[in-house]
Design a protein around this ligand. Structure first.
Ligand code: TXA
Ligand code: MG
Length: 338
């Protein structure tokens, strides 16, 4: 299959959107930008099209998808919104928050991976909104990477992973947030954090009170996605909290082997390449792209700053970094005080 990459400009926008809608409604896959990361979209009402997502990504079939909508009404037709879900949607939609609610049983099994719940999100990226609205159907979309790779935050990263496997990529420039949406489960007594992301826990708690932070088996049971390996670059990733230079980096330096750095603080020692943000928000926006580019440039190892606190976006950064560095039990969901 030939993959077409359509660059969206003010003059090509409506033509390219029409083309993307045609592909979606024909049962095909379209990669499109959202404010978090690029998504790989299919018509959520078409089980065959949804099956295509799993095939293109090499995604395990037991990992359910997020359904993207263009309005609250559309969301409420897909699942049961109680007062808490409505309050969260009213405050944070459109935006990087995904709500897991009890599903309308008509939602295809393939989307929900057989669960009785469904994850729903209304993105704030205008191209994503227009695509969903013009298609007139909810759009199931995981991140548009090969399973296990860092999520794509630009069209070039999507092409790296999915060239020849999908018909169309809409290029709307780099994603603004750079880490995926925050996922909360609103089906139980307590609102529970399943994945930290673009909306902070502090902001959520101001709307719905104290969150639950499931750990270990409890988290695995509630959030099938956390079972699978994630975000890994192809070279070792080490974490640095601003203290002593890690032993691995000392060894690389001694042997003259090039390594890369990403973070906010100035790097310890002398990386061959460094990518720095001025704030944790900027760090989050460049992290996944940095992991891909440093590896491509020939870094034999990557050192990433480990945020010492977990306020705001730092919680999501710590989650993605600990999973990307592998090797130890991921701190997927750190409790409030630890
Ligand atoms: O920002 C985002 O969320 C991006 C953009 C494209 O919207 N999407 C994304 O999708 O990150 P994905 O598939 O990479 O991650 C979806 C997460 C997975 O961890 C999955 O297990 C979880 O949401 N999820 C989906 N449906 C669920 C459900 N019914 N119950 C619990 N977790 C669910
Ligand atoms: Mg993903």
């Amino acid at each position: 299959m030939r993959t077409r990459l359509l660059a969206v400009t003010p003059s090509s926008r409506s033509r390219h959107l029409e083309e993307a809608v045609r592909v979606l409604l024909g049962g095909g896959l379209v990669a499109f930008p959202t404010e978090t990361v690029y998504g790989l979209g299919a018509d959520a009402t078409n089980p065959r099209a949804v099956g295509g997502i799993f095939a293109a990504k090499g995604r395990p079939g037991d990992n359910p998808l997020i359904v993207h909508v263009a309005s609250l009404e559309e969301a409420q037709a897909l699942g049961a919104f109680d007062d808490r879900a409505r309050a969260l949607a009213a405050r944070f939609w459109p935006g990087p928050l995904t709500l897991v609610v009890e599903a309308d049983p008509r939602i295809p099994e393939e989307v929900r991976a057989g669960l009785p719940s469904v994850a729903i999100r209304m993105p704030r990226h205008l191209l994503a909104q227009d695509l969903i609205r013009l298609a007139g159907v909810p759009v199931a979309a995981p991140s548009a990477n090969r399973s296990g790779r860092p999520s794509p935050t630009d069209a070039a990263s999507v092409r790296e992973d999915l060239d020849g496997r999908i018909p169309l990529i809409l290029d709307g420039g780099p994603a603004e947030v750079g880490v995926e949406s925050t996922v909360v489960d609103v089906t139980g007594e307590k609102v529970v954090l399943l994945r930290p992301g673009g909306i902070s826990s502090e902001d959520l708690e101001r709307v719905c009170g104290p969150l639950g932070y499931p750990q270990g088996e409890d988290l695995l049971r509630r959030s099938p996605g956390t079972r699978h390996r994630h975000y890994a670059p192809g070279v070792p990733l080490w974490l640095w909290d601003g203290g002593d230079v890690p032993e691995e980096i000392r060894i690389l330096e001694r042997e003259g082997v090039p390594w890369g750095y990403v973070g906010v603080l100035p790097p310890p020692a002398n990386p061959a390449w460094e990518l720095r943000g001025g704030t944790f928000e900027e760090y989050a926006a460049l992290l996944f792209r940095a992991l891909r580019r440093l590896e491509q440039q020939g870094a034999r190892g990557i050192l990433a700053e480990w945020p010492r606190g977990k306020a705001g976006i730092a919680r999501a950064l710590r989650d993605r970094l600990s999973r990307a560095s592998g090797g130890r039990e991921p701190l997927v969901n750190e409790p409030e005080r630890c």
